[in-house]
Design a protein around this ligand. Structure first.
Ligand SMILES: Cc1cc2nc3c(=O)[nH]c(=O)nc-3n(C[C@H](O)[C@H](O)[C@H](O)COP(=O)(O)OP(=O)(O)OC[C@H]3O[C@@H](n4cnc5c(N)ncnc54)[C@H](O)[C@@H]3O)c2cc1C
Length: 370
C-alpha cells in the first residue's frame, strides 16, 4: 500500500483530521451509499453530519463558521473520497464547500456572513451553475442573460450537468450581463433555489457517480437584486477562475487516493488467490506489474506533493499534477480491467473515477479483496 502519510505535506493535525474523516465515511457513507446510488441522491442529513465535524469546507476561517483549517485539509477530503467506494458520488456533498471560497474571495461582508456559516454547517447546499446545453469548456459562449431592471437583474436561461442541482439551496449562477464584452461580460449571481423563476429540471442519468445528483436548471424571469452579484458586474470569469488550480488539485487528490486504493486491493487479492498451485503474487510477471504500478503511483504522489507545496506557497501552478496523478490511476485500472476500452474520455479521468468509485460497489470490492 502506498501510504499518504509518507508524504511531506501533512502535519499531525492533518492526520488526525484524516482519521476523523475515515471514521465518518465508514459510519455515514459506506452503509448508505448503495441505497443512495439507487435513488440517485444523497440524503441531506449527510451534509448536516459532515458539517457538524467541519468536513464540508475545512479550510474556511472560523470567523465565517468554518473549522479554520487549510487547503491540505480539503485535499485530504478528496483523497479519502478516492479511497472509498462511490467516493466520487459523495464528492457532490463533501466537495460542495469548494465554491464557498468564491464567496470568501469576492463576497461582500454581508454575503459572507449570510451564507458561509450555513454552507459550512451543511444547512445550505451550494453549487455552481456555469455549463449550458450548448457549451461547457467555452464559458464565454453562455447564453443565460441577466438584464438590468432598476435595482434588479432579470435572469433567463438554462444550465445542465449541475452537480448537486437537485439538492442545492444556493447556486452561483454565471450569466451574461453584457453580451458584447466576451469574458468580461459574464457575472456571477448568488441565487437561492427558493426564488420564483428558479426551476429544477431532470436529475440526469449517468453511467456512474449515481448518488451525486447532476441536474438541469432553468431560470424563467428570475428576478435578483443587484446585491446578489458576487463581485463586480463583468467579473464573473475572474471569480470562477481564481480557485481553479486548487479545484484541479482536489481532482488529482481523488485520483491518487483511488489509485492507491486500487493498488492495495489488488495486492491483497493476488496474495490470496492461487492458480497453478501458487499465489498469483508469486508469479514473476505479477511482481513486475505490481512494481511498475507502485512506481507510477509513487511518482504521481511525489509530483502531486510538489504541486501542493507550490500552491500553498502561493505560486501559480499549471496543475499538471491533475494529469500526472490520473496517469497513475489510469495505469492501475488498465491493468485491473484489461477488457475496458481506454478511450480518450478516460484521459480526463472522469469515467475512470466513475468505474472505480461508483461502478465498483462495496460488495465487489470486498470480493476483490477476499
Ligand atoms: C458529473 C459532472 C458534473 C458536473 N458538474 C458541473 C457543475 O456543478 N457545474 C457546472 O457548471 N458544470 C458541471 N459539469 C459540466 C462540466 O464542467 C462540463 O462538462 C465541462 O466544462 C466540459 O464541457 P462540455 O461537456 O460542454 O464539453 P465541450 O466544451 O463541448 O467539449 C467537448 C469536447 O471538446 C473538447 N474541447 C473543448 N475545447 C477544446 C479546445 N479548446 N481544444 C481541444 N479540445 C477541446 C473537450 O475536451 C471535450 O472532449 C459537470 C459535468 C459532469 C460530467
Amino acid at each position: 500500500m502506498v501510504e499518504a502519510s509518507t508524504s511531506s505535506i501533512y502535519g499531525t493535525e492533518h492526520e488526525a483530521f484524516r482519521e476523523t474523516l475515515r471514521r465518518f465515511l465508514e459510519r455515514e457513507l459506506t452503509p448508505n451509499i448503495e441505497a443512495w446510488e439507487r435513488e440517485g441522491l444523497i440524503a441531506r442529513s449527510f451534509w448536516r453530519r459532515a458539517g457538524e465535524l467541519g468536513l464540508i469546507a475545512p479550510g474556511m476561517p472560523e470567523e465565517y463558521g468554518g473549522p479554520g483549517g487549510d487547503f491540505v485539509h480539503q485535499l485530504i477530503v478528496s483523497e479519502e473520497l478516492g479511497r472509498c467506494a462511490a467516493g466520487a458520488s459523495a464528492g457532490v456533498a463533501l466537495e460542495s464547500g469548494l465554491p464557498a471560497f468564491h464567496i470568501l474571495n469576492f463576497g461582500t461582508e454581508e454575503q459572507k456572513r449570510l451564507y458561509l456559516p450555513k454552507v459550512c454547517s451543511g444547512e445550505i447546499i451550494l453549487t455552481v451553475a456555469m455549463t449550458e446545453p450548448h457549451c461547457g469548456s467555452d464559458l464565454q459562449a453562455i447564453t443565460t442573460t441577466a438584464v438590468r431592471d432598476g435595482d434588479d437583474y432579470i435572469i433567463n436561461g438554462s444550465k445542465i450537468y449541475i452537480s448537486g442541482g437537485i439538492n442545492a439551496d444556493l447556486a452561483l449562477v454565471a450569466a451574461k450581463t453584457d453580451a458584447r464584452a466576451g469574458a468580461k461580460g459574464i457575472s456571477v449571481f448568488l441565487v437561492e433555489s427558493a426564488r420564483e423563476g428558479y426551476v429544477r429540471g431532470r436529475n440526469l442519468h449517468k453511467m456512474g457517480m449515481k448518488a451525486g445528483d447532476t441536474a438541469e436548471l432553468f431560470f424563467k424571469d428570475l428576478r435578483m437584486p443587484a446585491s446578489s452579484l458576487l463581485g463586480a458586474p463583468g467579473a464573473g470569469f475572474a471569480v470562477l477562475m481564481k480557485e481553479l488550480p486548487k479545484e484541479r488539485l482536489t481532482i488529482a487528490a481523488r485520483a491518487l487516493g483511488a489509485a492507491e486504493l486500487a493498488f492495495s486491493l489488488t495486492l491483497a487479492f493476488v496474495k490470496e488467490r492461487k492458480a497453478f498451485g501458487q499465489r498469483i503474487f508469486d508469479f514473476q510477471n505479477s511482481q513486475f506489474v505490481l512494481a511498475e504500478m507502485h512506481t507510477e503511483i509513487a511518482y504521481g504522489r511525489a509530483f502531486y506533493d510538489d504541486c501542493v507545496a507550490r500552491v500553498l506557497r502561493g505560486e501559480k501552478v499549471i496543475v499538471a499534477a491533475h494529469g500526472n496523478s490520473l496517469r497513475a490511476l489510469i495505469m492501475v485500472l488498465e491493468r485491473l480491467s484489461p477488457k475496458e476500452i481506454v478511450s480518450r474520455e478516460i484521459a480526463t479521468g472522469v469515467p475512470l473515477i466513475y468505474r472505480l468509485n461508483a461502478d465498483s460497489t462495496v460488495a465487489e470490492k470486498k470480493d476483490l479483496a477476499a
